[in-house]
Design a protein around this ligand. Structure first.
Ligand SMILES: [Zn+2]
Ligand SMILES: [Zn+2]
Length: 170
């Protein structure tokens, strides 16, 4: 990422549609993905999914308990979607790569979704053709090489979250 995330807009609260489930995202996202894959299009019913990647430890449940629903995913390894048990709106997902320590928050569920614009557009090979990306958008036909896209700070946050969750040695 060329610029650090806009920390000044966080924390930001979020909610499902019926309001039974409320959460707070304590920190700015590590990175925000706009995913144009067909799986995200089908799951969202929209042209792309907008996911803010953040440490699960930076998500505070304020009200309600999400229900975990396993779904297949493009990778074939599945994702675990955290949904409101009443209105079934999806709040965030965990993927096998990031594990339970890393959450992909549905940006549209934030009270201030404008706080998390996309850093990268991925799987643009299946981008719906009417959608024109900004000329300066970082876009990848499939996924990207994290080494060339993530800042050192972003990588450090990700690794710290994974290390904190690893079982203690011995
Ligand atoms: Zn709900
Ligand atoms: Zn996708």
């Amino acid at each position: 990422m060329d610029k650090p995330p806009d920390d000044t807009r966080f924390p930001v609260e979020g909610r499902c549609t019926c309001g039974a489930l409320r959460y707070r995202m304590e920190a700015a996202p590590i990175i925000v993905h706009a995913c144009h894959c067909r799986w995200c299009q089908r799951e969202s019913g929209a042209a792309f999914a907008l996911n803010a990647v953040v440490e699960t430890s930076n998500l505070r449940l304020l009200q309600g308990t999400p229900e975990e629903v396993p779904l297949p995913s493009e990778s074939g390894r599945g994702q675990r979607v955290m949904r409101c048990p009443h209105c079934r709106v999806a709040l965030w997902s965990h993927y096998p790569g990031g594990g339970p320590e890393i959450a992909f928050v549905r940006v549209g569920t934030l009270d201030d979704p404008d706080a998390a614009p996309p850093d990268v557009h991925i799987y643009t090979a299946s981008k719906q053709p009417w959608l024109a990306l900004p000329a300066d958008a970082r876009a990848y036909a499939e996924f990207y090489d994290a080494k060339s896209v993530w800042s050192d700070a972003a990588r450090a946050r990700y690794l710290a979250a994974k290390a904190a969750a690893a079982p203690a040695a011995g």
